[in-house]
Write a new protein. Structure first.
Length: 248
């Protein structure tokens, strides 16, 4: 509430066209795509605030680094931005491996929902969001539906997580940025998020309780209220809900 919101389908995701190479490991290219979208928006005098999650949050930072002043403020839930030290540590290949071998075709959208529903991360999502995901992440085929972004293609996106150069440029960001994260015990990006916020001159940090890396899909109303409050605190116009406590 209080904002005009635009949601972006990154290339190869949702209704957007695929990458010509069918690879998605160049996150700087994703940032360039995002800049093209921002250029096409009918913006008010207050500018644009960027809100993103995971890959999307990192893409926002890369876009602002590529063209400072694009955004008035950023709100990033567990951005995949790792320090040189973290990036150099042995990685866990399981995410890419799981994606690479993911089933891509289903008899129907309902069959896809039934298959995903008991599995992580989908089983913790708020009611209705899995159905919305399947509706936008699949396309019809003569005998059912298939994922728009195939498993092998999705795996290339994960492979790009350690190749972009967002971390060294965090200190150059000249806008307010809130970095939010799930509890430390959830691991992964939740353990790096505080360091990302600390590396940004006007960085703020918020730690949510009871969420995972997929927090925006688990408690969307709580996360949306936090976004509204934090953007207001960072000087971006909008309606503050007062529904959540200020970030620590």
């Amino acid at each position: 509430g209080g904002y005009r919101c635009w949601a972006v389908d990154m290339r190869g995701h949702g209704a957007s066209g695929p990458s010509p190479t069918r690879r998605y490991d160049d996150w700087d290219l994703a940032a360039a795509d995002l800049l093209a979208v921002v250029d096409a928006l009918p913006t008010a005098s207050g500018g644009v605030a960027g809100v993103g999650h995971s890959f999307g949050a990192a893409t926002l930072v890369l876009a602002e680094q590529a063209r400072p002043g694009t955004f008035a403020a950023l709100w990033c839930y567990e951005p995949i931005i790792r320090s040189d030290e973290v990036a150099a540590a042995p990685g866990d290949p399981s995410i890419g491996d799981v994606a690479r071998h993911r089933r891509n075709r289903f008899d129907s959208a309902a069959a896809a929902v039934a298959r995903f529903a008991p599995k992580p991360p989908f089983r913790t999502w708020a009611p209705g969001l899995l159905e919305a995901y399947v509706a936008t992440a699949t396309r019809p085929t003569p005998d059912g539906v298939e994922l728009v972004l195939s498993g092998p293609e999705e795996a290339t996106c994960y492979e790009g997580a350690g190749r972009h150069g967002a971390w060294p440029g965090l200190a150059t960001l000249g806008l307010p940025v809130t970095v939010a994260a799930a509890p430390l015990e959830t691991g992964g990006p939740a353990t790096w998020a505080q360091a990302v916020a600390d590396a940004i001159p006007a960085g703020r940090f918020r730690r949510f309780a009871g969420l995972t890396h997929f927090g925006p899909l688990e408690q969307p109303a709580v996360v949306a209220a936090a976004i509204s409050d934090d953007l207001g605190a960072m000087g971006f116009p909008g309606r503050s809900t007062g529904a959540v406590t200020p970030p620590r």
